[in-house]
Design a protein around this ligand. Structure first.
Ligand code: 5GP
Length: 139
């Protein structure tokens, strides 16, 4: 399967649809997941087009992983989490639903299981407030 630039994250990267943006640089954008699996669920999305990890340029991965770490550390602090799960899915059989490489940063709370994947839309006001909290922790 090849990269299809009509995917929803490519549209966000082109500014065609909105997102609750936390951070952006020349190589990546960070925004809140609209159907969070935990409070503060955030996505780190490299700008370079690839479907997923399997076809990604290793140079892109080398740049994005330090950002994944930075956002994970900030998210744990911003959302008073006890831990953080990082996820990255490849192809439908691997659980992937949006076919532009991204990393899930999911703050975890003792005794609380994750919500189902890509199932329940969060209120825009909650996402906006969480984006502000994470921005402040990253600053
Ligand atoms: P995947 O299954 O591809 O690893 O994850 C895709 C993620 O994107 C899911 O967690 C889903 O909730 C999220 N998502 C789907 N559509 C949108 C959208 O339009 N905006 C944002 N911010 N997240 C989305």
């Amino acid at each position: 399967m090849s990269y299809d630039s009509s995917n929803i994250f490519a549209k966000i990267l082109r500014g065609e649809i909105p997102c609750h943006k936390v951070y952006e640089d020349a190589d990546a954008i960070v925004f809140m997941d609209v159907m969070p699996q935990s409070a503060g669920h955030t996505l780190v999305v490299p700008k370079a087009p690839s479907r997923n990890l399997l076809d990604a340029d290793p140079a892109v991965l080398a740049k994005v992983i330090p950002l994944v770490q930075k956002v994970a550390v900030a998210a744990k602090a911003a959302f008073n989490a006890d831990g953080v799960s990082i996820a990255q899915f490849n192809e439908p059989a691997g659980g992937q639903t949006v076919f532009h490489l991204h990393f899930h940063i999911m703050p975890r709370y003792d005794g609380q299981p994750l919500q189902l994947h890509a199932r329940k839309m969060e209120d825009s006001a909650v996402l906006a407030a969480n984006a502000e909290k994470l921005k402040a922790a990253l600053a």
